[in-house]
Design a protein around this ligand. Structure first.
Ligand SMILES: [Zn+2]
Ligand SMILES: [Zn+2]
Length: 45
C-alpha cells in the first residue's frame, strides 16, 4: 500500500502534487487541485 509523502499514513489512493511532485492522501491536500497542503496556498498559516 502506498504511503502519503506528507503525513506518512497508508492510503489506498494517493494524488501527486503538481507543484512539488509529492504524493499525498486526500486529507493532506486537494485532489481536485492536485496540490498538497503545502502548495495549495498559505491562507491557513
Ligand atoms: Zn497524508
Ligand atoms: Zn506540493
Amino acid at each position: 500500500m502506498p504511503k502519503c509523502n506528507i503525513c506518512g499514513a497508508d492510503a489506498e489512493e494517493l494524488d501527486t502534487c503538481q507543484a512539488c511532485k509529492k504524493k499525498f492522501c486526500d486529507s493532506c491536500g486537494d485532489p481536485a487541485d492536485e496540490r498538497c497542503e503545502f502548495c495549495s496556498g498559505e491562507e491557513e498559516w
